[in-house]
Design a protein around this ligand. Sequence first.
Ligand code: AMP
Ligand code: ZN
Length: 111
Amino acid sequence: MNNCIFCKIANKEIPADVVGEDVEFLVFKDINPKAPIHLIIIPKVHLGPVSALGGENKNLLGGLILKAKEAAANIGVSDSGYRLVFNVGRDAGMEIEHLHLHLLAGKPLPF
Ligand code: AMP
Ligand code: ZN
């Protein structure tokens, strides 16, 4: 997926404000934050959105959610709370095909 912006971030071909990284996942600040804290958690390997995944991806999907939980703890919002969001498809406003989880926090979130 050589045209994928999140692959390029994962490969360090374009910069991002990275706040967490391990072998499998990368956590960085959303460039256009919709809340005081808005992080994006991605697998480094290119996977499509949730709608494209199957049982073979369940370990990675579980790991992605646990990585978001870890990121929430690291930024100190475990107690105050946060929202984890997968946008899937057009009606959700999904822009980027590379699997990613949004972490929103830092104030009481509407809706
Ligand atoms: P989605 O609508 O779920 O596909 O969300 C894609 C998100 O990626 C949006 O919130 C964008 O603001 C964010 N985004 C796009 N390009 C970048 C980038 N280069 N660095 C960080 N976040 C980005
Ligand atoms: Zn990708």
